[in-house]
Write a protein that binds this ligand. Structure first.
Ligand code: RBF
Length: 174
C-alpha cells in the first residue's frame, strides 16, 4: 500500500481538543542534519497552529545532535509543566553502527522520560539509510514526519483530556 502523503494541512484528521489555545508544548530540535530537521520543525509548528495552539505557548530549544534529545527534553520538563514535548531529529546510517547506538539510546531515553514525567515525549526522529530517504520523509513523497509528530502529541493530549473528563463524570479526580 502506498504511504499516505500528509502535506496539505487542511486535509488533517479531526482531533477533539479542549482549549487548544491554553496548551503548552516544548519542541526539541537536533541541529545535526539541520536541512532535514528544519523542515520537520516547520511542519510541526504549522500543524500545532492549525489545531489552534498559540505560538507563544510553544517553546523551541536546539540540541547539537539527536543523542542529546532526551536531555533537552528533560531540561524542559524539570523547569516547567508541559502538555507534551516533541523531539525532532534525523540520524542517517553511515559506514559504522553509530546510528544504532544513537537511535536506541534516544528511543528508550524518550520512553523512560515519558513514563517518569507523565508527559508524552514524542519520537520525531527519522532513521533513514541515506539522505534521499530523509528528504522523502521531510516534505517529499512520504510526507513530513514533523507533521505526524505534532499529530501524535495532540492525540496523546486529547486522550488525557478525555480520560480526565470520564474520571470527573464518575466523581473521581486525579
Ligand atoms: N546526530 C544526529 O542527529 N544525526 C546523525 O546522523 C548523527 N551522526 C553521527 C555520526 C557520528 C559518527 C557521531 C560521532 C555522531 C553523530 N551524531 C548524529 C551526533 C550525536 O547525536 C551527538 O550529538 C554526538 O555524538 C555528541 O554526543
Amino acid at each position: 500500500m502506498p504511504a499516505k502523503k500528509k502535506t496539505n494541512l487542511s486535509e488533517l484528521k479531526s482531533i477533539q481538543l479542549e482549549k487548544p489555545e491554553d496548551l503548552k508544548v516544548g519542541i526539541v530540535v537536533a541541529n545535526w542534519n539541520e536541512e532535514i530537521t528544519g523542515t520537520l520543525l516547520k511542519g510541526c509548528l504549522q500543524t500545532l497552529e492549525h489545531y489552534g495552539l498559540k505560538l507563544s505557548n510553544i517553546k523551541r530549544v536546539e540540541v547539537p545532535g539527536s543523542f542529546e534529545l532526551p536531555m533537552g527534553a528533560k531540561s524542559l520538563l524539570t523547569r516547567e509543566k508541559w502538555d507534551a514535548i516533541i523531539c525532532l531529529g534525523c540520524v542517517i546510517k553511515g559506514e559504522t553502527p553509530h546510528n544504532q547506538y544513537i537511535n536506541s539510546a534516544v528511543s528508550s531515553g524518550l520512553m523512560n522520560l515519558s513514563l517518569a514525567s507523565n508527559t508524552p515525549c514524542i519520537f520525531g526522529v527519522l532513521t533513514p539509510l541515506n539522505m534521499e530517504q530523509a528528504l522523502e520523509r521531510a516534505g517529499g513523497k512520504h510526507g513530513n514526519k514533523g507533521v505526524e509528530a505534532a499529530i501524535a502529541a495532540l492525540e496523546m493530549i486529547a486522550l488525557d483530556q478525555q480520560l480526565d473528563n470520564k474520571s470527573r463524570s464518575i466523581g473521581f479526580m486525579k
